[in-house]
Design a protein around this ligand. Structure first.
Ligand code: F6R
Length: 614
């Protein structure tokens, strides 16, 4: 995890670094640090705790002005979140500083070797070994880029490194091995960052390094080579995000703001892709012939993205008649899944950097499977490693808890499902047109859901002291239940579980005791009378045992009223589209409850937004 930023240019370097770190804090926030070149030495400040602690320290005692600096926000892996373990780390007797994202697996051996050679270590991190090693390589080569080239060959694991040396002011060198690094191109200045949000406020012009590359930035240049020193030309792109989209803009939290942006996330993901009776997708290498040849789809993803995949499974199987499995990316990677060139592996990831998902894609490719990425972040690693990408356009998601990205991921899969159905001839044009017409209504319906959540606010307040909340759903309501439970546990630290309604009597019903609150996601009785009657039976079973039942139900569903303590209403839509609307009250509930408990909803404990280590 961890966020890294580097800068060389004439703006206030520390300010640029802090701005970048504030955008990257979602990647980890248990300690932070910055360093700048100050004459013959490195000036350094690093602090355990959130970025605010570092900021306060820099306000009390500023670092000197400098044209070169690097900054880091950490999610601890090796060594606790202390001042000493915070990055940057120092090498070459205080003349070099280095920051790192990832894990250096052979750090213990390296450390023993370096200690035997007389190096003294000040932290418990794996990173410090790289700093010391780089310092020694610099003394041999007299050039930071050449030294970096030596060092990367000695490191095992996965890493992005940024470093600078006081003897080479105006130079920052970065290296990337299975971990992201992007370059930002400015006029008389250059930037490096873990993702584009680190510098998008200053420049929209960016390029992503490929695996095993080294970049050297100065004020006027950014040169990239492979690990052997051969020059490469990275592919530049313009970031389409508006920098202000990653700001709170008057909201109390990013999570609140991002929930409110659901309608635009859905609208923008559909924009330019819907015709009257077909979906227009440019899937590059995954052309119609390939899509007709596949006989199986495996969706790989983690957390919320995985739950969106469960919705995708139902839609794609129903519409395109291809068997679809949904796997947790880490489980997929470490068993021996049956894959061949007729299998399409779809990865879903907001960040495009989740290590487990990336490894799953690499494994799928190595087995000859075809790969499609559904991703929200331009230039991220997973789409670059996949044959084709369907970008969701939810805009930057900063809060650790994913909300609007879930909606956009579902939409991305619905679009793909309809596309596949047309290509494979499994759905008539009229049927596709009917779904498209309903999808066009979703943004307005979402706005209506957002405007009518007074009951959720009240609910969250009276439930602030709950110890456990259960969520129940069937069919596409099941992933909604899982998502409602995940969101609640991750930001409010309340025990929460999601269950499939049919599973209740196979065990979970034992948890029901008088007063237990259960949210039930109810399908529309008009569209799915059978499923509706099944879930109403489930409700009766739990009520008979004293549960308090809160239902998320379609606006016209009167049948559910006698059985519910509270009803949260959503507009009527087609069954496969229901999750897009039903999940919103659950997101708002988690937000409101965590807020009522006085918790930091954007940065919940122990978590980071982008899980870039296994
Ligand atoms: C939950 C949450 C996580 C992510 C998961 C995958 O609110 O945010 O469960 O969904 O870590 O992240 P991405 O989508 O970036 O691969």
């Amino acid at each position: 995890m961890c966020g890294i930023v580097g800068y060389t240019g004439e703006r206030g370097t520390v300010d640029v670094l802090l701005e970048g770190l504030s955008r990257l804090e979602y990647r980890g926030y248990d300690s932070a640090g910055v360093s700048v070149i100050d004459g013959e030495h490195i000036a350094l400040r690093k602090k355990g705790g959130k970025l605010a602690v570092l900021r306060a320290s820099l306000e009390d005692a500023p670092l000197p002005a400098s044209a070169t600096g690097i900054g880091h926000t950490r999610w601890a892996t090796h060594g606790g979140p202390t001042d000493e373990n915070a990055h940057p780390h120092i090498g070459d007797d205080g003349r070099l500083s280095l920051i790192h994202n990832g894990i250096i697996e052979n750090f213990a051996e390296l450390r023993a070797e370096l200690e035997a050679a007389g190096e003294a270590f000040a932290s418990e991190t794996d990173t410090e070994a790289a700093a010391k090693l780089l310092g020694r390589a610099y003394r041999e080569t007299g050039d930071l880029t050449a030294a970096m080239r030596q060092v990367v060959k000695r490191l095992h694991g996965q890493f992005t490194l940024l470093a600078m040396h006081a003897e080479q002011p105006g130079v920052v060198v970065g290296a990337s091995h299975n971990s992201p690094l992007l370059v930002g191109y400015g006029e008389g200045e250059h930037f490096l960052g873990s993702d584009v949000s680190a510098f998008v406020k200053f420049t929209p012009s960016a390029a992503a390094l490929d695996n095993d590359q080294i970049v050297t930035i100065t004020r006027d240049s950014a040169s990239v080579t492979d690990f052997d020193g051969n020059a490469v030309e990275p592919k530049r792109f313009e970031v389409s995000w508006d920098a202000s989209a990653a700001e709170k803009g008057g909201w109390n939290s990013f999570m609140a703001k991002e929930i409110s942006e659901g309608p635009e996330a859905v609208e923008n993901t559909m924009r330019g892709r819907l015709a009257d009776s077909r979906v227009e997708l440019d899937l590059g290498a995954l052309d119609d012939e390939v899509l007709r040849s596949i006989d199986r789809i495996v969706i790989v993803a983690c957390g919320t993205a995985n739950y969106s995949g469960l919705v995708g499974k139902y839609a794609i199987e129903t519409w395109a008649r291809v068997p679809v499995e949904v796997d947790l990316a880490h489980e997929f990677r470490y068993r021996d899944p049956v894959l061949d060139e007729r299998t399409l592996v779809i990865s879903i990831s907001q960040s495009g950097e989740t290590m487990d998902t990336k490894m799953a894609v690499q494994h799928a490719k190595a087995q000859g499977a075809r790969t499609l990425s559904i991703c929200n972040t331009q230039g991220a690693t997973i789409p670059r490693e996949s044959e084709a990408v369907l970008y969701t356009h939810a805009g930057p998601e900063v809060a650790v808890a994913s909300t609007k990205a879930f909606l956009a991921q579902v939409i991305g899969q619905l679009l793909f499902g309809l596309h596949l159905a047309r290509v494979r001839g499994t759905m008539a044009d009229e049927a596709i047109a009917e779904v498209i017409a309903e999808m066009r209504e979703l943004p307005a319906e979402l706005r209506q859901v957002l405007a009518e959540q007074e009951a959720v606010h009240e609910l969250a307040h009276w439930m602030a002291d709950s110890r456990s909340v259960l969520f129940l759903g069937r069919h596409v309501g099941y992933p909604v239940a899982l998502e409602g439970a995940l969101k609640l546990k991750e930001i409010s630290y309340i025990h929460a579980e999601g269950f499939a309604g049919g599973e209740l009597k196979h065990g979970p019903i034992a948890l029901i005791e008088p007063g237990q609150v259960v949210f039930v996601v109810v399908p529309s009785p008009r569209n799915e009378p059978l499923l509706h009657s099944k879930i109403v039976s489930n409700i009766q079973e739990i009520r008979a045992r004293g549960a308090r039942v809160i239902v998320v139900a379609e606006a016209g569903d009167a049948a559910v009223l006698p059985y519910a303590d509270v009803v949260l209403r959503v507009p009527l839509t087609l069954p496969m589209l229901e999750p897009v609307l039903q999940v919103v009250p659950l997101h708002i509930f988690a937000l409101e409850l965590a807020t009522a408990k006085g918790l930091d909803v954007d940065q919940p404990r122990n978590l980071a937004k982008s899980v870039t280590v296994e």
